[in-house]
Every structure is written in C-alpha cells, then in structure tokens.
Design a protein around this ligand. Structure first.
Ligand code: GLN
Length: 496
C-alpha cells in the first residue's frame, strides 16, 4: 500500500515527490493544486509573484503523470513546483524584470536554465517579483510594489531575487531560480532562511536571463535543503552553445559528496570581513559558533584575511553600473516594451520612453555607468575598478592555497524593515558587502541558514575555489545538520 498523501504537499522535498509519483501516492496534478492552494493562502501578504502560469503548470503535470502511469523513468525534478525570477524568459509568460518599461513584454524564447528545469519535469508555477532589472537588495525597487518576508511581513525578503526567495520560504513552490550579480541570490536566501547558491561564473548558462552586468551575472537555485540545492544545480549546469561563457565540463552529481562530512577540510574564517564595522555582532556570533561546530566535526578551522575585498563595494558600483548602462541601451521604446506617447521626433521618443519607463534606481545606475565609461574618466574609474577586481581575485587565490572553503556571514544584518533603507542607497548597498567580492572573483558561494536572531534567519556564506561547488555544498550540508534550523516560518506553520 502506498503512504497516505500529506495535506501539505508543498512541504515535500524533490526526492519525496519523485518517490510519491513512482509509488502512486501522489500525482503531479495534485502538486499543482497544492502549490496554488498555498499561493491562495499566503500570497496577499507575501507578494512573491508577478504572474502565475497555471495552464503551463497543468500541461507539465499531465506529461509527468503520463510518464509515471506508464512506469517510465522519471526525470530529476519530476512533479516539483518551481518559480522563476521575472528576468528569465519562458514562452507563454511575461518577462517584466519588475519594470514599467517591460510590463507587457511577452517572452519569445526560453531561458536555458528555465528550459532545463522544465525538461527535468518541474512544474512552472509563476514568475517572481524582484528589484527592477535586479538593481537592489530588498525588492522595494520593483515597479509592482515590494515582496514581504514570510518570517515577518513587515520586513523585506532581501533582493534582488526577493520574490523567488519568499516563494520558497512560504512553501508556495519547492524551488525557485534567481540571478546573482552582487548577492541577489545569497542575500535574500539569508533573509528568508533558504539555501541559496551562486554557482561559479560559467557553470550555468546565462542565455535568456535579462542581462544586468554580463561579467558578474549567474543563475542559481533557492531551496529548503542543501540536498535539493545540489539536485537543482545538477539539472541547470553545463555547456550551452547559446552562451559562449558557459563552460564545457562533464556533468557532475553534486549530491554524491554531501554525506562525506567535513573531517579534515580546511575552513577559513575571513576575519577582516567578519570584524567589519556595521556587521551586527549577533550575526557574527552565529557564524563563529558555526565555525566552532565545524571544528568539532573534524574541520581544521583557521583565520584568513582578504585585504583587497574592502574595495569590493566601490569597484562593484563602477563595474556593475558600467555594464548595466551598456546592457540597458537596448530599451529604447522602439524594440521592446513601453513607448512614450506623442513624441516629437525619434530622440524625444527614446528619451521620454526611458525616463517614463525606468524607475529611479535604474536611472541612477545608468547615469553612474555612463559617467564611469565616458572619455576622460574611463581610466580613472573603470580602469581602476578592474585593477581592484584583479587584486580581489589574487586575494582569493592566495586564500584557497591554505583553505578549502572560506566562511563569512552572508549579510551584515538580518532582514530589515520595509522602508528602513529605501531612502539611503549607500546603506542598502552595504548589505552586499560580503557577497560582492565573490561575483568579482567568479567563484561559487552558498548561503545556508545557521541560526536565527529574534525569530529572523541568519545565513552563513560558504565560498569555494572555481568549480568547487561539491566542496561548498558538503560544508553547507554539515552546517545545515549542526544548526538544525527549521525552515518553516510561523506564518506557514499556523496554516496547518
Ligand atoms: N544588491 C546588489 C545591487 O543592487 C546586487 C544585485 C544583484 O545581485 N542583482 O546591485
């Protein structure tokens, strides 16, 4: 006899769903039902989604159920409800980037990472809210209003992939994809108590994700467990002929090493970052406790410094906006999206479409980037920032000679209140001070919950050398076990 179907299907893991489908205990159609039932229950408070795609989800479920009924092998994400950040294209959906200028834009092709999830049997539930064009750390820069943190609806879920993080934390979906240019997967992961991975640059194709800063962007997963994070990474990674920066490597089973523990692994606490002014001492304390716990499991814990990372934030706010200003040049009111009415001539049309269609943070980034790239200033700003980038890469190379992974908090604080930092861009920018160096160096890093403060989750950031996701996830798995963090927020528990 098959096991009874639990009422809360969205609490099932990727593996539970596969086994349920295989044994006949549940159907993919029921998973779709469960996801939308949860959305009905919580979405008015959380606002994780910009749009829902029930028809696509039902079509995908019918295919999975047909496979299961025929007794065929089930693909890796069979029957699993998934959500995508609204900067990832999927035919049959709008891809708005939470921007007025793209509010009615309908995808004409599929993002490779999205397509890989769907080919692996996942059920596309909807597209998630974000900071406009991924500029931000709170989702407050969305043209469609902020998302709310399921742990405390008065607080932000982080950003820019805040909707994706909130959807997983609230159990609206089992997994979600986000994009991370300076921390936009890991920081919302930390704020919402989810596992959130930025892969090595080039590990996952960027084809079909609307570009922010092309030398920094990577797509990665949000999940409730490290094992699921490893499973999703296996699905989305690998060479894609449509992205020349995607790397040709053998497919890997990232789950294989998860159980190996951390005995003998060298873990470096990045002391200068952890001790930085502005890092909440309680957050720092959780991370130090985590390091101690890893030591008790046999890891060799030591300290390391990354002196050039203190210049990471200023370098990022030159390089990121420089690339963004160039990538956003295509939104001109002619080829995509919003077009200003009654323009006098073509220049007036460009200018007014952009001024009316972009929000204030987007305009700030375009101005910063255009200035930094302009003749006469290029060497002083952009050239200098690229040199800093090289120094940061060298810092990491040195550190990885002595350590297998490096550890910091993911963000200096827990989730802040909606509105708290909205008028102070620099305070907002600081919430990515630990995540940004990772993008500049192109290395992988995961945020894994390591405890909580006053009911709000705290994330530890585990960083590894290029393509060392296996080791990074192995350490994250150990942290998950020692911290025994319960990823279900009270909001969701109260529904039961
Ligand atoms: N918060 C950072 C920014 O505003 C990072 C954003 C991101 O990773 N997309 O640029």
């Amino acid at each position: 006899m098959s096991a009874p179907v639990p009422r809360d299907l969205s609490a099932l893991s990727v593996t539970d769903v596969r086994e349920g489908l295989r044994s006949g205990a549940l159907t993919a159609a029921e998973m779709v039902e469960a996801a939308y039932a949860r959305i009905d229950a919580v979405e008015s408070g959380v606002h994780a989604f910009n749009s829902l795609s029930r028809e696509l989800a039902e079509q995908a479920a019918a295919k999975v159920d047909a496979l299961a009924a025929a007794g065929d092998d089930l693909p890796a994400l069979a029957g699993v409800p998934v959500a995508f950040k609204d900067n990832m294209n999927l035919i049959g959906t709008r891809t708005t980037c939470s921007a007025k200028i793209l509010a009615d834009y309908r995808s004409v092709y599929d993002c490779t990472a999205v397509r890989r999830c769907l080919d692996a049997g996942a059920l596309p539930i909807g597209k998630c809210n974000m900071d406009e064009f991924a500029f931000g750390s709170s989702t407050e820069n969305s043209a469609f209003g902020p998302s709310h943190n399921p742990w405390d609806l008065e607080r932000v879920p982080g950003g820019s992939s805040g909707g994706s993080a909130a959807a997983v934390a609230a159990g609206e979906v089992t997994l979600a994809l986000g994009s991370d240019t300076g921390g936009s997967i890991r920081q919302p992961g930390s704020f919402t108590g989810t596992v959130a991975l930025k892969p090595t640059y080039g590990r996952v194709s960027r084809y079909g994700v609307v570009a922010f800063a092309s030398s920094l962007d990577q797509i990665g997963p949000f999940t409730r467990s490290v094992e699921e994070c490893a499973q999703v990474l296996g699905v989305i990674s690998g060479r894609d002929p449509m992205d020349a920066t995607s790397v040709d490597r053998e497919a890997e089973d990232f789950t294989a090493a998860l159980g190996q523990g951390v005995d003998g692994l060298r873990v470096g606490i990045v002391r200068d970052l952890c001790e930085m002014e502005g890092c909440d001492p309680a957050v720092r304390a959780r991370v130090y406790e985590t390091a101690d716990a890893l030591g008790k499991l046999g890891a060799k814990v030591g300290e390391v410094e990354l002196p050039s990372t203190q210049f990471g934030l200023p370098a990022y706010y030159i390089i990121g906006p420089a690339e963004a200003s160039s990538n956003l040049a295509r939104f001109d009111g002619i080829r995509y999206g919003y077009r200003a009415k009654d323009a006098e001539d073509v220049m007036d049309l460009y200018l007014r479409s952009r001024v009316e269609g972009f929000g204030p943070e987007t305009i700030r980034r375009i101005m910063l980037g255009t200035y930094a790239l302009s003749a006469g200033y290029y060497d002083a700003y952009y050239g200098q920032a690229q040199k800093v980038r090289t120094l940061i890469i060298r810092d990491f190379e040195r550190a990885f000679r002595d350590f297998d992974v490096l550890l910091t908090p993911t963000s200096p604080t827990t989730a802040f209140r909606i509105g708290e930092k909205a008028t102070d861009p620099v305070a907002m920018y600081l919430s990515d001070v630990f995540t940004i160096p990772v993008n500049l160096a192109g290395i992988p890093a995961v945020s894994v919950p390591c405890g909580s403060i006053d009911g709000l989750p705290v994330g530890a950031q585990v960083m590894g050398a290029h393509f060392a996701e296996g080791t990074v996830l192995r350490v994250a798995r150990a942290i998950e076990q020692v911290s025994a963090f319960d990823p279900v927020p009270p909001l969701v528990r109260d529904l039961a």
